[in-house]
Design a protein around this ligand. Structure first.
Ligand SMILES: C[S@@+](CC[C@H](N)C(=O)[O-])C[C@H]1O[C@@H](n2cnc3c(N)ncnc32)[C@H](O)[C@@H]1O
Length: 357
């Protein structure tokens, strides 16, 4: 999976156990990001809708959630991946913007991304393989980038992995059904059918995913936007339309409380952490005000994201600050009818700790 801020890799077993313990048959992952949690729900036999404002998330969801592995001819998929991987490199917008004007990828890999992405658009746009192939390219590019995990800056010295050759591996598809809904949660929440379980994992601070992962937006949209600054960000990063209310300290809490009131699910699960704008008490109150009979919370000690482990970097890759804390608390709030909340909490508290130590 791609490197992603706030990705719930370590909480996945807990959240999967929660879904199983309440007998969920339908679920929504409202801020799906990498789709990791939605994938775990699907693995447990739940029919999932994955939503996010990011277009790369929608592609990941079309691949892992909306595609039923049983409907895909894996031999054909492997043949197509092998053919795409053998295309001659051809430097274009991606190479110029992210390998010459900036140094996010080695030019040899940039030229292969250009060639593969052009072929996907020309030959596979209407194929059911399209999101799978594009996911393979996205994951392949992520494995050879030269960043600390966000695309606001590239490293001054090439990351060792950047000199590896881009590989197109087959994504691990899942059997089952699901759906993708691309859009702003403040709007999509009203379009969703009522479900057994809704999981909400909103952004935690002012750092926008649209700018942190602008290269994935561009790779998926393939729209060659005007770029600005050292990181060659998309010019529409300056538009209001690409901003999220959940990245605004002033607007986040009321907007999230409003979202909780509109979320139509028997059980609502929220993850958040202890460094963010809404305190645990406020979150419990917002969930109670949304009409849930019972609200409880679990806290998990968690390692902070990888960028924070190694320091704070300037756009030129110079270390400009030290990280003060390397651990934080991940909160998981569970809200719903008492018997379901009881079941979820007793199962989740006995799930093995998500992080060693
Ligand atoms: C903490 S991350 C979710 C991580 C995800 N649970 C995972 O494990 O990969 C928050 C997500 O919220 C999305 N997001 C931000 N603002 C949004 C909005 N207004 N509507 C929908 N999604 C939004 C971001 O694109 C990002 O993927």
């Amino acid at each position: 999976m791609i490197k992603y801020l706030g990705s719930k890799r370590t909480l996945v077993p807990v959240l999967g156990d929660v879904a199983a313990s309440i007998g969920a048959r339908t679920a929504v992952d409202l801020f799906t990001g990498t789709t990791r949690v939605a994938q775990e729900f699907k693995r447990r036999g739940v029919t999932v809708t994955a939503t996010d404002i990011a277009t790369y998330s929608a592609v990941l969801s079309d691949c892992y959630i909306a595609t039923d592995a049983a409907a895909i001819d894996l031999d054909e998929l492997d043949d197509v991946l092998a053919r795409l991987a053998a295309l001659p490199p051809r430097a274009g917008y991606f190479t110029e913007t992210f390998c010459v004007q900036s140094r996010f990828f080695h030019p040899k890999n940039g030229a292969r991304v250009d060639a593969v992405r052009d072929a996907l658009e020309a030959e596979y746009r209407d194929s059911p393989l399209y999101p799978i192939l594009l996911t393979s390219l996205l994951l392949g590019a992520d494995r050879v980038d030269s960043t600390t995990g966000v695309q606001m800056a590239y490293l001054k010295q090439w990351a060792p992995r950047a000199s590896n050759d881009l590989e197109l591996r087959r994504p691990e598809l899942l059997v089952g059904s699901g759906r993708t809904l691309l859009g702003d949660a403040t709007e999509t929440v009203d379009l969703l059918e009522p479900v057994d379980l809704m999981y909400l994992d909103p952004p935690y601070n002012q750092h926008r995913y649209f700018t942190n992962y602008h290269i994935w937006e561009t790779l998926v949209r393939w729209d060659e936007p005007e770029a600005y600054g050292v990181a060659r960000k998309r010019i529409d990063a300056r538009d209001e339309a690409s901003k999220s209310v959940f990245n605004s300290k002033r607007e986040m809490a009321p907007a999230f409380a409003d979202l909780l009131r509109r979320a139509r699910a028997e059980v609502v699960v929220v993850s958040y952490n202890d460094e963010s704008w809404i305190t645990a008490d406020e979150m419990m109150t917002a969930l109670r005000d949304a009409g849930h009979a019972d609200v409880r919370m679990l806290a998990f000690d968690s390692k902070r994201y990888v960028g924070a482990q190694i320091g704070i970097f300037s756009p030129a890759g110079k270390k400009v600050g030290e990280v003060k804390r390397l651990r934080n608390l991940e909160y998981v709030f569970v809200a719903g009818p008492t018997e379901k909340v009881d079941a979820a909490i007793s199962t989740a508290s006995s799930t093995r700790p998500p992080v060693p130590g």
